[in-house]
Write a protein that binds this ligand. Structure first.
Ligand SMILES: Nc1ncnc2c1ncn2[C@@H]1O[C@H](COP(=O)(O)OP(=O)(O)OP(=O)(O)O)[C@@H](O)[C@H]1O
Ligand SMILES: [Mg+2]
Length: 266
C-alpha cells in the first residue's frame, strides 16, 4: 500500500489562480504542487504577495481557482457546489483569520457557539462546547465579554477556540500572530502547538513569524506564486525552551494554565 497517499490530507496539484482588475492580470498562484500529511504542523512562509492567503483560502474552500486540483480529506473541493463547500467548511475546516473576524455584537462564548449552531447542535450544547474551548485557550472567565472588551491576543484566542469548536480535521490559520505583540504572539504559538499535540488535528499556518516557523514540523516557502522551498522531511521536534514555554511534560490543562497564569489580560 502507498502510505504517502494514505496519509496525505491535503493534496494540491498544478494549482493556478490569477486575479483580474479590469484587463490587468495579477497572478497569485502558478502551478503549485504540495502535499500536507495527517497531523502535520506546517508553516507556509514567503514574502508579502507570494500567494499564502490565496492558497489557504482555496484549500479552505473560501475561494475558487483557475486550474488544478485540490483534494482535502478525500474531497475534491474545486468540484463542489456552493452548498457542499459550506458543509465542507463546517465539518472539516477550522479557519483562524489574521484580523480575528469575530462578530462584534456577540459575546466570546456566543461567537464560538455560533459555529456549533451552524453545525446543527442545540443552543445549550453549543454554549457548553464553547465554554469548554474558551477554557482550553485560557479564557474560561471571559466568555461573557464582547470582542471590543478583549485584547488582541484574547480575541485571537477566541478565534482559535471557534476554529476548534467544530472538531475540524484541519485548522488553517492565516498569519494568526501578525496583529499581536511579541510575548502574546509567543503564547499563541505555544497554544497552537499544544492544541496540535493534544488533539489529532492538522495545522497549516501562514506566517512570517520565526516562532511559528520554529514550532513547525514542516515548512513550505512560496515566492511569486511558486513553491520554491520545502522541508518535506519531518524536522526535529521544536525545542519548547526557544518558545519561552518549557511546558512540554505537563498535562494539557496544566500547560494551558501555566501558559496564561498570572496575566489573563494578554
Ligand atoms: N482580490 C485581489 N485582487 C487582485 N489581486 C489580488 C487580490 N488578492 C490578492 N491579489 C494579489 O495576489 C498575489 C498574492 O496575494 P496573497 O494575498 O495571496 O499574498 P500573501 O502571501 O498572503 O501576502 P501577505 O503576506 O501580504 O498577506 C499578490 O500579488 C496580490 O496583490
Ligand atoms: Mg496574506
Amino acid at each position: 500500500m502507498d502510505t504517502t497517499i494514505t496519509q496525505s490530507i491535503i493534496s494540491v496539484r498544478d494549482l493556478s489562480k490569477c486575479y483580474w482588475i479590469g484587463k490587468v492580470p495579477f497572478p497569485a498562484l502558478n502551478r503549485v504542487n504540495l502535499e500536507i500529511y495527517d497531523n502535520d504542523f506546517t508553516v507556509l512562509a514567503g514574502r508579502s504577495g507570494s500567494g499564502k492567503s490565496t492558497l489557504l483560502n482555496i484549500v479552505g474552500a473560501l475561494e475558487s481557482a483557475d486550474t488544478g486540483e485540490v483534494v482535502v480529506d478525500n474531497q475534491n473541493i474545486l468540484q463542489m457546489s456552493a452548498d457542499q463547500r459550506t458543509q465542507f467548511r463546517l465539518q472539516t475546516i477550522g479557519f483562524v483569520f489574521q484580523a480575528y473576524n469575530l462578530i462584534q455584537v456577540l459575546t466570546a462564548q456566543e461567537n464560538v457557539a455560533y459555529v456549533c449552531r451552524l453545525q446543527g447542535k442545540s443552543k445549550l450544547e453549543s454554549l457548553e462546547i464553547a465554554a469548554h474551548w474558551l477554557d482550553a485557550v485560557g479564557l474560561g472567565e471571559l466568555g461573557s465579554r464582547r470582542p471590543n472588551q478583549l485584547s488582541g491576543g484574547q480575541q485571537q484566542r477566541v478565534a482559535v477556540a471557534r476554529a476548534l469548536a467544530t472538531n475540524p480535521k484541519i485548522v488553517l490559520a492565516d498569519e494568526p500572530t501578525a496583529n499581536l505583540d511579541t510575548v502574546t504572539a509567543q503564547k499563541l504559538v505555544c497554544l497552537l502547538q499544544k492544541l496540535h499535540d493534544d488533539f489529532n488535528t492538522t495545522f497549516l499556518i501562514s506566517s512570517h513569524d520565526p516562532d511559528v516557523k520554529n514550532a513547525s514540523s514542516r515548512l513550505i516557502k512560496l515566492s511569486d506564486g511558486h513553491v520554491i522551498k520545502r522541508w518535506d522531511e519531518a524536522l526535529p521536534p521544536a525545542d519548547p525552551t526557544q518558545l519561552s514555554c518549557p511546558i512540554k511534560n505537563l498535562s494539557l490543562s496544566q500547560r494551558l494554565r501555566r501558559l496564561f497564569e498570572g496575566n489573563p489580560a494578554q
